[in-house]
Structure formats: C-alpha cells, structure tokens
Design a protein. Structure first.
Length: 130
C-alpha cells in the first residue's frame, strides 16, 4: 500500500478537526492516523476500498435467524428488524449481495416450523430446541 506523507495525520487531530481528516481522505483516498508516531488506523474512502471483499459468514438464512434470535429479548423480534440485524452482522446475504427481505424471513418460518414460530404482527420467535 502506497502512503503519501500528506496522508499521515496525528491521532489528536481527529478530535480537534475531523473535517480536516475527511478532507485528506477525500483528496488522497485514505488517511493514516498515527498514535505515538506509528500507524494505528487507516481510514479509506469507500470508492478506494471497493475492490475489497466484505467478509460475510457463510450461514443459511435460517441459521442466521437463529443466531440473532438467540440474542433477542424473549427470543423474539419483528421480521423487518430481524432482516436488518442479519444484514448488519453480515451473517447472510442473498446471491446478489442484498439483504434478505422480511417477507423472505417470514416465509422461512413456514419451512422450519420446528425452529421458528410466526406470531401476529410479523414477529418471529425462536422455538426452544429440544
């Protein structure tokens, strides 16, 4: 990775002048934040990072639903919030890279009635595993 001297920024500047940091990222595509005069963080402009693969876990949708619902209060969550949380955690993506829709989440309940219960109001509950 090539780093220009203009991209080096002391860490304290982030708190004092965040706009300056972002202007450096805008100009150079990245900024390297220095802590104790050593590279500590790299901020990369999204377009510059577009060649990077975002890591995603390789779970099926029902496995991702189970993981998220295990952490939810009463093991229950609204289908749209469940879809959002699965996407944010990068547990499951459709083949086109998009998040699963809440209707897809709701339909998966019907395919796995031993794992999930569809409640009124589009809430999904994880059934207790025996």
């Amino acid at each position: 990775m090539d780093i220009s001297i203009e991209s080096l920024i002391p860490f304290d500047i982030v708190r004092a002048d965040a706009d300056y940091v972002f202007s450096v990222v805008e100009k150079n595509g990245k900024a390297v934040l220095l802590k104790d005069n050593k590279p500590f963080y790299i901020i990369v402009k999204y377009e510059a990072a577009s060649g990077m693969q975002m890591e995603t876990a390789n779970y099926t949708l029902q496995e991702a639903m189970r993981i998220v619902l295990q952490d939810a209060e009463n093991n229950t969550m609204h289908a749209s919030k469940l879809a959002d949380e699965i996407y944010e955690r990068r547990l499951y993506l459709q083949k086109n890279g998009e998040k699963a829709q809440y209707t897809q989440i709701r339909a998966r309940c019907g395919h796995y009635p031993d794992m999930f219960e569809a409640l009124p109001g589009n809430f999904i509950k994880l059934r207790e595993m025996k």
